[in-house]
Design a protein around this ligand. Structure first.
Ligand code: CO
Ligand code: CO
Length: 386
């Protein structure tokens, strides 16, 4: 018998999380049925040194966030095992989203996927995902950012990691992981967001990387940010910059933040490129009269299925249109281009195109969703992998 050669992976601490929590590979068990058996039901707690250990506060919705985080941990444990060179980007996206739907027991926008799976490769930083006829595959030298979301009642977990199959990127991954944890460590009530940015930049830029005999400095990406999260609103009103941008806004008690950092061997500045795949409904825009009947149909589908959560056009091509619970196998929207364009032109839907640094550069990302309180910070999405 020949022994299967294991594919080495960097960027995560290899974990056997699924067997620890009693989940199958691929996942088949619903979170509510196994949640009671899971030992740790909250994220990592970092106590404020002025207070020391204390009881946790039961903020509104924190249980929904914690459950969504547990789903996130299980889905990523599955996908970290599944990922290897030669896998199709399309299949990775669908596996992540389908297993999220299974574990969370998808119910339209009440519970399910938080936003389209971001799979952004090498010099692409964010907002890339598979299109329905995508033929791209993962290469053994790729730097792969996987950013996906799970949500229950609009409580969205936004968390991302970077994975590679080549150890030459290790200092880039370490720089970004350390920067994200620095941002988390410095978060707290009354902390200036720009001060968190300054601490992130300091750590990030203390690293460099050698590639093909050249030494590259590692830059933060200045036009990407962390953000706070509100119910059904992935990007609320506050930004956590990756440098001191002079903003005096502070963190407040009870707020939920996605702390994410990006390190790049390029310019540290991203620009939009290529066809857009990420979209989101603007809830407060008034609904205009539409030129095409199709536009109204698409609008209703978005409102009913995703509401104000981000979506991608790949979901229109699924038989269930993105929710089996709502549409069974009658949810597919065909020939949606003209209607989707009209929604964007009229400002009802916004576009979020993929963002790139210069050709030939490499970008890594790590992200966790946290809650800020007076006495501690809870890293809700923390796992044994990152
Ligand atoms: Co994210
Ligand atoms: Co985010």
């Amino acid at each position: 018998m020949t022994k299967k050669r294991k594919c080495k992976k960097y960027g995560i601490i290899n974990s056997n999380y699924l067997s620890i929590v009693g989940q199958n590979y691929p996942p088949t068990k619903i979170i509510d049925n196994i949640y009671n058996n899971i030992h740790v039901k909250h994220g990592e707690i970092i106590y404020n040194k002025d207070y020391g250990p204390d009881n946790l506060i039961n903020y509104n919705n924190i249980i929904d966030f914690r459950k969504a985080a547990e789903v996130h941990r299980q889905v990523r444990a599955y996908i970290q095992k599944y990922l290897k060179p030669g896998k199709k980007i399309y299949d990775i996206c669908e596996q992540i989203e389908n297993s999220s739907r299974i574990i969370i027991k998808e119910d339209g926008y009440l519970r399910g996927v938080g936003f389209p799976t971001g799979i952004s490769i090498n010099n692409c930083a964010a907002h890339d995902t598979a299109v329905y006829d995508d033929t791209r595959i993962i290469d053994k030298n790729d730097v792969i950012k996987i950013d996906f979301g799970t949500q229950i009642n609009g409580c969205i977990i936004d968390s991302a990691f970077t994975i590679t199959f080549n150890h030459r990127y290790n200092s880039l991954l370490e720089a970004v992981k350390e920067s994200t944890y620095t941002g988390i460590k410095n978060a707290g009530v009354d902390v200036r967001l720009a001060d968190i940015g300054a601490s992130i930049q300091e750590v990030m830029e203390s690293y460099e990387i050698e590639l093909d005999g050249y030494i590259y400095p590692i830059h933060v990406i200045k036009n990407l940010c962390g953000h706070n999260i509100d119910k059904y609103k992935i990007h609320a009103d506050k930004l956590v910059p990756l440098y001191d941008n002079g903003d005096n806004t502070k963190m407040e008690d009870g707020e939920i933040y996605a702390i994410e950092t990006f390190g790049s061997t390029g310019k540290g500045y991203v620009y939009p490129k290529e066809t857009c795949t990420h979209y989101m409904l603007n809830k407060n825009s008034t609904v205009p009269r539409f030129r095409f009947k199709k536009t109204k149909q698409i609008y209703n589908h978005i409102l009913q299925t995703y509401n104000t959560l981000p979506f991608c056009d790949r979901w229109f091509n699924r038989p269930d249109g993105g929710s089996y619970t709502l549409h069974r196998n009658n949810g597919k929207i065909s020939a949606y281009n003209v209607g989707l364009n009209e929604l964007c032109e009229k400002g009802v839907v916004s576009k979020y195109p993929p963002l790139y640094d210069i050709e030939g550069s490499y970008i890594a990302q790590y992200e966790h969703t946290i809650q800020i309180t007076e006495k501690y910070c809870e890293v809700i999405s923390k796992g044994i992998d990152y």
